[in-house]
Design a protein around this ligand. Sequence first.
Ligand code: ADP
Length: 336
Amino acid sequence: MSKNIFKPDPLLDSALRPKSWRDFVGQEKIKKNLQIMLESARKRKESPDHLLFYGPAGLGKTTLAHLISWEMNAGIKVTSGPAIEKAGDVASILTNLNEGDILFIDEAHRLNKLIEEILYSAMESRVLNLILGKGPSARTVQLELPAFTLIAATTRMGLLSSPLRSRFGAIFKLDFYENEDIEKIIKHNAQVLEIEIEPQAIKVLALASRATPRIANRLLKRSRDLAVVEGNGIITDEIGKRSLGLFEIDEVGLEATDRKILETIIDKFSGGPVGIAALAAATNEERDTVEEVYEPYLMRLGLIERTPKGRIITDAGYKHLNLHNLKKNKQEKLLD
Ligand code: ADP
């Protein structure tokens, strides 16, 4: 079993995916804007504008696409940037759409140029331009497409080409969740999973969830298993804490790589500022992973800051590491 808290669990995601706006907790501004857009589209009897969602993984981009399809009573086809390689792939997806369908493309920053170009005319004027054959005998065919809404999601807004970006009617940024929203999600999903959870345990799990619903769900599921196998079927404070141990995360959700990043900024770069490329090299991590996965949450906790010259560690960052090391030393002494 993987210890990695970030590893997706598609079955769990789909089992716990909110099926109505009421169950979609938080992100109030986005919810309100979307509801107005959808209501207007329904009144005009048209498909909603093409939409782009961006923000860290696990915050609800896919969920929003599904909610929109339910709300509009429309079909949804789900694919992702890397899955669409050739012109034929995108042609077959587009020509198989029904009137009013939602086409959801995850990881849109990984679409290749050729596919992007085919999408432009499909998005703007609902036509599919295809070149058949090669060389002098090549010819262009134009196919009309049904009305559809493209919903794209990306964790890397900066990597999306600007011509593609400009073709969306609305762009929404998903932010990390407030702690109380994560608590609500855990409480609600404990009911869905039919497991009892103590109020204090909800707090423990929420604080360690990196302000991310997907991680909250993973922690809840692992705690449930522990409670069933090793406890009396109730997620207690202690069971909750033990589940953090299984993922090797601390009480605020930091794992070994987060701490390595903090330590590296202190030890190798005297607390910063350090550029992202140097930081990635010194920690032996992919630059994308540091930028996409670790840095946003470390910034959210206020442990590092981004300055024009690079990342610096904050006083809170020093304090967090000191506390962690103190605790670790104490534990090691106890074990001696
Ligand atoms: P993304 O597409 O941004 O990576 P998902 O939409 O797949 O994230 O969300 C991951 C899981 O987190 C979902 O299956 C759902 O269970 C949960 N989730 C996400 N957003 C919310 C929310 N606002 N309220 C309740 N649960 C949520």
